[in-house]
Design a protein around this ligand. Structure first.
Ligand SMILES: O=C(O)CCC(=O)C(=O)O
Ligand SMILES: [Fe+2]
Length: 338
């Protein structure tokens, strides 16, 4: 068990055996009952909508009600979306040594491949997931440390990251309009340090006992998620009920992160979500986390405080400090924000 725990999950799991006890969740954390997304769908928003006030209103409403929305007609080529998912599937299918090797070029250790969560040793209970994560700043900095395998990784993931940056700016501009911030509020450095993760959830022999990813809110400004077309797994908490987000082919799932909660002084808020496993088919998700530079001060936007009766609900914090707290405290990070 000891040595097994140290290898990537995808290299030792066996669908025909039982889940190791360290992966069995406490009864209160197990998946349990879920509302089908058909009864309570996460809103789908057409970014091709020409009537801007209508578009802004829809996005703001979904963000306030769910903290989540999906976008279609977003301008990202469907071929590129498929290629990106496929390259990450290929990556996770490589031998563990090779995967570790491809993530070892950065002397600062910002390229990671790990099982469960980044705090494997700290967490008593583990999650049924392998993840690859690395920075992908639009500046192109660190590109020399990117994986070179599969052979077209840099080309495809580089193209995808640029498209995510474009889409981020478009979505943030709409959110700014909705909130009453100047349209380019986030362009002054507030989204220049994104990172990209590719989660891989292998089939799990006992999905009712495990989770792929714990209940959490994202420590980002926003997050843009590409789901596997056929495989469900993402769930969002709404009014105490878990809602499954059924994948819509070629749509992205967007969610509000805790940094935007601070900046919007609570008008928008991060919402809890998690990923569950299934026993028959592996699931891959590609996640673009929008972060500002580490030195940025995150605080309620002055423009929102002026002319409002609500005092600042959060104190100013640097992105670096916030990330360190989040890494240390997990969901309890919110206690420190006020
Ligand atoms: O894999 C998923 O669907 C969820 C990923 C997620 O929530 C995250 O990485 O923060
Ligand atoms: Fe998340």
């Amino acid at each position: 068990m000891e040595s097994m725990d140290r290898m990537l999950l995808s290299s030792w799991y066996d669908v025909h055996s039982t889940v190791p006890s360290s992966y069995v969740q406490l009864p209160e954390n197990r998946p349990g009952k879920v509302v089908s997304s058909l009864h309570e769908p996460i809103p789908v928003i057409d970014l091709g909508e020409r009537h801007r006030p209508h578009l802004t209103k829809q996005i703001l409403k979904a963000s306030q009600e769910y903290g989540f929305f999906q976008v279609i007609n977003h301008g990202v080529s469907h071929d590129l979306m498929d290629e990106t998912l496929n390259i990450f599937k290929e990556f996770h299918g490589m031998p563990p040594k090779e995967k570790i090797n491809e993530c070892s070029k950065d002397p600062n250790g910002n390229f990671k491949i790990y099982t469960s969560g980044e705090n494997y040793k700290k967490n008593a209970t583990h999650y049924w997931k392998d993840s690859l994560i690395h920075p992908c700043p639009p500046s192109g900095e660190n590109f020399q440390y990117w994986p070179e395998k599969p052979s077209n990784y840099r080309e495809i993931v580089g193209k995808y990251s640029r498209e995510m940056n474009r889409l981020t700016l478009e979505i943030l501009e709409i959110l700014c309009e909705g909130l009453g911030l100047e349209p380019r509020y986030f362009c002054g450095g507030l989204c220049e340090n994104p990172s990209l993760a590719a989660h891989h959830y292998p089939p799990c022999p006992q999905p009712s006992l495990t989770l792929g990813l714990a209940k959490h809110k994202d420590p980002t400004i926003i997050t843009i998620l590409l789901q596997d077309k056929e495989v469900e797994g993402l769930q969002v908490l709404k009014d105490g009920t878990w809602i499954a987000v059924a994948p819509i082919p070629n749509a992205f799932v967007v969610n509000i992160g805790l940094l935007l909660q601070i900046i919007s002084n609570g008008r928008l808020a991060g919402v809890e979500h998690r990923a569950v496993t299934n026993s028959s088919i592996a699931r891959t998700s590609v996640v673009y986390f929008v972060y500002p530079s580490f030195e940025s001060n995150i605080e309620p936007a002055q423009a929102l405080l002026k002319g409002s009766n609500t005092p600042p609900l959060y104190k100013s914090i640097t992105c670096r400090e916030f990330r360190a707290n989040f890494y240390q405290k997990g969901p309890k990070v919110e206690e420190d924000l006020q």
